[in-house]
Design a protein around this ligand. Structure first.
Ligand code: 5GP
Ligand code: ZN
Length: 111
């Protein structure tokens, strides 16, 4: 738990947020500023700044497993999973999160 980390507060339930999925290691919830009809964030409960700092294979697996649980629950078959790592790559919140984006055609390559 890191002071002033918004995602730690969500994972800790200090900020009440509807959770789409929760297990021992992760939570999933809607992005506050969705870029598509479905835009979900998957985060570890533990504060890890970015993929650069993630070295726990159990948490890596738990995060992808949660993507699977969420897409299964919402019956989503077409979606994009994104991890922005570092400011120049678009990371704004430095508590690692996976974006799950769906519900509209998605262009490639991303901007
Ligand atoms: P990043 O740019 O770091 O990859 O993504 C951060 C994401 O977190 C953005 O899509 C932004 O809309 C979302 N976000 C920022 N603050 C909050 C918040 O307080 N609650 C929720 N649910 N999402 C947030
Ligand atoms: Zn945090």
């Amino acid at each position: 738990m890191v002071q002033n980390c918004i995602f730690c507060k969500i994972a800790n339930k200090e900020i009440p947020t509807e959770l789409i999925y929760e297990d021992n290691d992760t939570v999933a919830f809607n992005d506050i500023n969705p870029t598509a009809p479905t835009h979900i964030l998957v985060i570890p409960k533990k504060h890890i700044e970015s993929l650069n700092e993630l070295d726990d294979k159990n948490i890596m697996a738990a995060l992808l497993n949660t993507v699977k649980e969420v897409t299964k629950k919402l019956d989503i078959k077409n979606y994009r999973t994104v991890i922005n790592t570092g400011k120049e790559a678009g990371q704004e919140v430095f508590h690692i999160h996976l974006h799950v984006i769906s519900g509209r055609p998605l262009k490639w390559p991303p901007g």
